[in-house]
Design a protein around this ligand. Structure first.
Ligand code: G
Ligand code: G
Ligand code: MN
Ligand code: NA
Length: 250
């Protein structure tokens, strides 16, 4: 049985689940958002990472029903969270190419009752390779729907700085590859500092990803980034454990 057939079956059987990784405010240390990360609870293989099935889902088109499921589930879960905590959802470039995406997002917000401002869509630099006018139009329609737009994995692709000025992103997520050697490596430190400054000058908030140690946390917080995400705060957690994490921080 191929992985593709198995994925179609799994979607019907309800084998996919979302884990949530907290994003904390760099100053207060409080959780202000969580990123939804899909996992496949396979009956024989155990918990399968998205890195092992998202690429195939993209090739086969299965990313469309899977992506819709992720959005609907994340929005539903977030309606139960306290303090207007936001939920961030990763969008595949394949989903982004569908003109009906903005309406689909609005439908899901209406169905679940989650206020648009509590949903943030994470988009990678990959989408910028598409037609620039079209990308701008899609981002503008999403923005008009009231959702937040985050540029994910910033610094790993080929996106030009002019895109940041031209496209209506609210947030830059600094890729964890720049964080790995912090705080000792002077070049990594300079890059992270520069991206935070640039984001702030362009009116965007910045999230630093992949913060694994107390030293890294102290460094990025002192550099005035807006939010921190990484194993030092918490690993991605099953939905119930995420809610327990929120209760625990009170
Ligand atoms: O959670 P983990 O580190 O295993 O995720 C690996 C990759 O899968 C990351 O690049 C992440 O953005 C991606 N990913 C996780 N969940 C989703 C999802 O719901 N949709 C899409 N398109 N990508 C996801
Ligand atoms: O590509 P994207 O940024 O969406 O991927 C997010 C992925 O990064 C998550 O799947 C998560 O498992 C992983 N991740 C989150 N925090 C850390 C961290 O501190 N260190 C490492 N190595 N990976 C992390
Ligand atoms: Mn992401
Ligand atoms: Na990222």
């Amino acid at each position: 049985r191929t992985l593709e057939t198995d994925m179609r079956r799994a979607l019907k059987a309800g084998e996919f689940e979302l884990h949530y990784q907290p994003l904390v405010d760099a100053h207060s240390g409080r959780v202000t958002a969580a990123e939804a990360l899909v996992r496949w609870r396979h009956p024989r293989r155990g918990l399968v990472s998205p890195a092992d099935f998202i690429p195939l889902a993209e090739e086969t088109g299965l990313i469309m029903p899977l992506g819709a499921w992720v959005l609907r589930t994340a929005c539903t879960d977030a309606t139960r969270w306290p303090n207007a905590i936001k939920v961030a959802v990763n969008l595949s470039p394949v989903q982004f190419r569908d003109d009906r995406l903005p309406e689909a997002v609005e439908d899901i917000l209406r169905e679940t009752g989650l206020p648009a401002r509590r949903l943030e869509l994470e988009i990678t630099e990959g989408v910028m390779f598409d037609d620039e006018e079209r990308t701008l139009m899609m981002l503008s329609r999403l923005k008009a729907a009231g959702v937040g737009l985050a540029m994910d994995d910033f610094g790993t692709g080929y996106s030009s700085l002019s895109y940041l000025r031209r496209f209506p992103f609210d947030k830059i997520k600094i890729d964890r590859s720049f964080v790995r050697q912090l705080p000792a490596d002077a070049e990594s430190a300079a890059i992270v500092r520069a991206i935070i400054t640039m984001g702030s000058c362009l009116g965007m908030t910045t999230t630093v990803e992949g913060v694994e140690t107390a030293e890294q946390y102290a460094f990025v917080a002192s550099e005035q980034c807006s939010q921190v995400q990484g194993y030092h705060v918490s690993r991605p957690l099953p939905s119930k454990d995420f809610v327990a994490f929120l209760v625990g921080q009170k």
